[in-house]
Design a protein around this ligand. Structure first.
Ligand SMILES: Cc1cc2nc3c(=O)[nH]c(=O)nc-3n(C[C@H](O)[C@H](O)[C@H](O)COP(=O)(O)O)c2cc1C
Length: 180
C-alpha cells in the first residue's frame, strides 16, 4: 500500500488557495520530525509560512518558473547548518537528512489528499533576509503544500510541464545485483 502512495506523490503545479487545517499541517511536520538522520543529528528546521503578508514577502524571492507556487497556502522552508549533520566520509549528510524529512512530509501530504512540491528555484539570500533566517543556516529546499487546484488556470508553459508524462530510469539501468 505504501508503494501506491509513493507513486501517487507528484510535484504538481496547480494549487488551490484553500487553507490547510492545523491538524493536517501538524501531522505533516510530525512526519518530517520522525525521519532518520545520520547519528540522529536531526539538523533540519522547518520554517512554516502561512500568514498572507509573510507569504507575499517570500514570494518575491521565487524564480519566475516557480510563480505557480504562489497559490499554495503553505510554504515550508527547510533549513540546516552545513556542519549540522554527520561528518562521515566528507559527505554533506545534512542534505540527505533533510531530503528524508522532506519525503516523509510529502508522503504524509499525499496521505491527507494534499499536494506537496519541493523546490530549489528561489533566491536564498533574499529568502533568508525577508524571513530572518540566521546567516549560518542554508535553505536546502522550499516545499509548497496545498490542495490540488484547477490546472486549466495555469499559464501555458506551466500547464505543459504539468501535463508532461512523469519519467523514471528503468530499474535495469540503476540496480546492480551482487556487484556493479
Ligand atoms: C531538490 C529539488 C528541487 C526541485 N526544484 C524545483 C523547482 O524549483 N521548481 C519546480 O517546479 N520543481 C522542482 N522540483 C520538482 C522536480 O522537478 C520533480 O520532483 C521531478 O521532475 C520529478 O517529478 P515528480 O516529483 O512529479 O515525480 C524539485 C525537486 C527537488 C527534489
Amino acid at each position: 500500500m505504501i508503494l501506491e502512495e509513493i507513486m501517487k506523490r507528484r510535484s504538481g503545479r496547480a494549487f488551490s488557495d484553500k487553507p490547510i487545517s492545523d491538524e493536517m499541517l501538524q501531522s505533516i511536520l510530525e512526519a518530517g520530525r520522525w525521519a532518520p538522520s545520520c547519528a540522529n543529528t536531526q539538523a533540519w528546521n522547518f520554517i512554516v509560512l502561512r500568514e498572507p503578508e509573510v507569504l507575499a514577502r517570500a514570494h518575491e524571492a521565487l524564480s519566475r518558473g516557480n510563480a505557480y507556487a504562489k497559490a499554495a497556502p503553505v510554504m515550508i522552508l527547510v533549513a540546516a547548518k552545513e556542519d549540522g549533520g554527520c561528518p562521515a566520509h566528507g559527505l554533506p549528510y545534512f542534505t540527505m537528512d533533510v531530503g528524508l524529512a522532506v519525503e516523509n512530509m510529502l508522503l504524509q501530504a499525499v496521505h491527507l489528499g494534499l499536494m506537496g512540491h519541493p523546490t530549489a528555484g528561489w533566491n536564498e539570500e533574499q529568502l533568508k533576509e525577508v524571513i530572518g533566517i540566521p546567516h549560518e543556516y542554508r535553505i536546502v529546499t522550499v516545499v509548497f503544500i496545498g490542495h490540488e487546484g484547477d490546472p486549466t488556470l495555469l499559464d501555458e508553459r506551466t500547464r505543459e510541464k504539468e501535463n508532461a508524462p512523469r519519467k523514471r530510469r528503468e530499474l535495469s539501468e540503476i540496480v546492480h545485483w551482487d556487484g556493479w
